[in-house]
Design a protein around this ligand. Sequence first.
Ligand code: ATP
Length: 487
Amino acid sequence: MSNSTDELFKNVISHCKEYGFVFQSSEIYDGLSAVYDYGQNGSELKNNIKTYWWKAMVQMHDNIVGIDSAIFMHPTIWKASGHVDGFSDPMIDNKDSNKRYRADQLLEDRIAKLDEEGKTSEAEELQIEMDNALKAEDLPRLRELIIEQNIKCPLSGTANWTDVRQFNLMFSTQMGAVADDADVVYLRPETAQGIFVNYLNVQKSGRMKIPFGIAQIGKAFRNEVIARQFIIRMREFEQMEMQYFVRPGTQKEWFEKWKAARLKWHLALGTDAAKYRYHEHTKLAHYADAAYDIEFDFPFGFKEVEGIHSRTDFDLSQHEKFSRKKMQYFDPELGEDGKPYGNYIPYVIETSIGLDRMFLLTMINAYEEEDLSTEERQDSRTVLRLHPCLAPVKAAIFPLTKKDGLPEKAREIMDKLKLDFNIQYEEKDAIGKRYRRQDAIGTPFCITVDHQTLEDNTVTIRHRDTMAQERVAADDLEKIIGGLVSW
Ligand code: ATP
């Protein structure tokens, strides 16, 4: 049994590999740092999380539609959005260990240490100095502070530091055959810009009226320097984002609505509410007028899973400026003064959730090492108590033995069910072992076909969570499974 959160996390990671959920990318070449592949069960679970999000955001709202924009976009988009100049971290290298650190992180750690030692005024002073240096983008000052504080590299133990340099998090590559600057394109670091630059295309072609939303699920890429904690911080990951376009002046109200709605979405999966909390951003980005994170209590502490941001009209105004195309919306509705609202650039509320963090959260939440020992014998099982809608496999079908026509009967039942559900057929090993394998991937139902099935067309259905078994008519299976796993 896992007795510490550290151990729990390690066990979940190895479970992910052992049962085909997540593999290190390029493993046979010793892996590629902070890049992961999803296996046969992981990709099913991931798809189910996407479906849950898409249904909640797009299908359930008649004023929200989805798009799928390209990963490559015109490079000027990233100038307009501020990513070329601003999407970077201040980094410093230790000359002895050749290890690279985020300069602000080294100072944050130092501030926390001073606080711990009760040196509060020193901590406060350093915090102010650091904030000022960051705001002024004064990189030499950041280095000075690190030297003044005599901060040492945890690896080499020395304070032999290089200069601080800005390190942009965007991956770039070349488009076309000629490698000059004009051809540089970026792998998008967020999906949101694909929505902003298409907002009028969608609005006009879909005759959308404000307020309306555009949703998108897609890959994003960030050259994270400090990659750690498994799939929490990856270099290639997936986001599920929605931009909600509203009338200026109404953004506060919509922000509150989306903040509440998004937490409700998380809790509807049955997660303990105490595992979630909101975190308010006090230091807002220059374009935001409110920002909250939804954080989850991972084994290594609370960590952001989703951000809800009130982004004002910043992005659309920037695109108007850089593209020289009008980004205004014409609002024909009448205001209190009886006149149409007319032309304006909408304000935007964004909800942005990391699919991979949601995946990890789901695995950690579902994972249980259950003690089944009785007085007579010790026993245990690892079970994934996934919400049935998210389970990769909805039901497994087992012929009791490999003979007497049982496999054929089992396959006949499976052929009917597989039109609606992802079903797995298994005939190897004893039934008990097969149950354990399905528990480990979170399959809600196991169906056993035995000799009685050939006589009366009934089967045994075993429930994952209670392990209770019952005899039911094979013809009722579709209804029973559907009742639990349908959205
Ligand atoms: P963090 O502060 O943890 O780096 P962020 O504030 O940069 O996250 P956003 O830019 O708001 O994150 O992105 C929205 C969501 O995308 C995050 O809430 C997170 O779930 C996810 N995300 C961001 N960066 C990564 C990453 N490197 N790997 C996996 N998911 C990520």
